[in-house]
Design a protein around this ligand. Sequence first.
Ligand code: FES
Length: 230
Amino acid sequence: MKFTVYRYNPETGHEPRMQDFEIEVERGMMLRDGLIAIQDEDESFAFRHSCGEGVCGSDGVNVNGSNRLACITPLSELREPVVVRPFPGRPVIRDLVVDMSQFYKQYKQVDPWLVRREPMPEQEILQSPQERDRLDGLYECIMCGCCSTACPSFWWNPEKFYGPQALLTAARFIADSRDQTTAQRMDALDDPFKLFRCHTIMNCVDACPKNLNPTKAIGFIKAQMLKSSI
Ligand code: FES
């Protein structure tokens, strides 16, 4: 199978370039297997990966123009040549490895943990089945970054717009009946950029390997804001 992969090593002083590879493919191979085979041919080729099961979220790349997790993308579904590039909109450290610091910074800004005003009770805080159901579609995010790095609003304002991943996480805690800072969470997002720079382009929905819907989560936050202002 023919591959064209992005190569860049700042230590060499050379400009970025695309490099062609041809590898033997067997049935059932994923893109990650293909990248490992390329690395076997050229050990200077760099990309991140770990679990191989779509859990750790470390091997997000741009393949044939779409952000995907390499370990759960079957090679049989990709047209040739398979063009693999780093995530768009992030600084490249080397080859397919990008700097995700800004992405993690935005995640941290939404306080991704439960906050209680009352002292913690001695036993667990119970939820009704309906309250628990509200978290479905929000808590499953593995923070791979496929969504935020596919989002034009995040490319244009990465420091001001929180991006789909952080906003999905914000929605997850706003929706959680156990959290006691819902109003403060919404106040913190009431800003022309942090939340409202989402233009409903929906690249995030297409890119999410877990089939989550950050656009819907952003709409949920807006609806909650509206409800609380009436
Ligand atoms: Fe962990 Fe792909 S290697 S999600």
